[in-house]
Design a protein around this ligand. Structure first.
Ligand SMILES: NC(=O)c1ccc[n+]([C@@H]2O[C@H](COP(=O)([O-])OP(=O)(O)OC[C@H]3O[C@@H](n4cnc5c(N)ncnc54)[C@H](OP(=O)(O)O)[C@@H]3O)[C@@H](O)[C@H]2O)c1
Length: 218
């Protein structure tokens, strides 16, 4: 499978790239700077330079015309109100448009639990982040594409456990970025998982089993 990752230099995106490569996939992705492209080249990844906030949908489509699936793992990461709108919502909408132009149907989106940390009253910026993520989910789920929305719990940099809780509704706890990457890779590889929103928390099911459990009866 040829997978284009938007957010490939990030915590989840870089792990996803490695996992997919280990599965034998061809990985490419979007980076903002040419030094990032050179670094990825040494790892066998063909990165293409562009900024999600300024690139046109046509140009983005041109960067991913030769792929089977897109993984969107980018995020503004607390970069402010406008950046959050531009990346976490508008970046996804632009990716949907570009995917249609490029003829790529399959998209896996890393989103967030809508109720994540709401009890902490983290302020307007965090509320805006949650709202933008939800708008992105709405855009993708109404796109008619072959989509998957994956909503991970709070992300940790600890080593992956290899086991998770994955389903349409899960408790919001913590999950390692490695387990998110491994789960998304497994989901992208399972064509019977399509047009599903799946929440992801730490848990006891091996990732491949957890994915299989979510295959809906035909
Ligand atoms: N943190 C949490 O607990 C949590 C929980 C649930 C879901 N999430 C979501 O999970 C996803 C992955 O999180 P993460 O921690 O792995 O993210 P991250 O490490 O902050 O990575 C963000 C990625 O987005 C890229 N990016 C940002 N602005 C861009 C732009 N204008 N053009 C192109 N690329 C751009 C970054 O590129 P650069 O390297 O150039 O900056 C980086 O590759 C995010 O969508 C996040 O919202 C996070």
């Amino acid at each position: 499978m040829r997978v284009f990752i938007i957010g490939i230099t990030g915590g989840v995106g870089s792990r996803l790239a490695r996992t997919l490569q280990e599965r034998g996939d061809t990985v490419s992705g979007l980076v903002r700077r040419s030094d990032q492209r050179e670094r990825l080249r040494t790892a066998g990844i063909e990165a293409r330079v562009g900024d999600l906030t300024t690139i046109t949908p046509d140009d983005l489509a041109g960067l991913m015309r030769d792929v089977d699936a897109i993984a969107f793992t980018a995020g503004a990461g607390g970069g402010g109100h406008d950046a959050t709108s531009a990346i976490d919502r508008d970046g996804v909408i632009k990716t949907i448009t570009a995917a249609r132009i490029a003829g790529v149907a399959r998209i896996g989106l890393v989103s967030v639990f809508p109720e994540a940390w709401r009890e902490r009253n983290l302020g307007a910026g965090f509320d805006h982040y949650i709202a933008m993520k939800k708008e992105a989910d709405i855009a993708l789920t109404q796109s008619g594409l072959d989509w998957i929305v994956l909503r991970p719990a709070v992300l940790l940099d600890d080593p992956g456990r290899g086991t998770v809780a994955l389903g349409p509704a899960e408790l919001h706890g913590e999950i390692t970025r490695q387990d998110v990457a491994d789960t998304l890779a497994a989901l992208l590889h399972e064509p019977r998982i399509s047009r599903q929103i799946l929440e992801l928390n730490h848990g006891d099911a091996w990732i491949e089993e957890a994915v299989e459990t979510n295959i809906r009866a035909a």
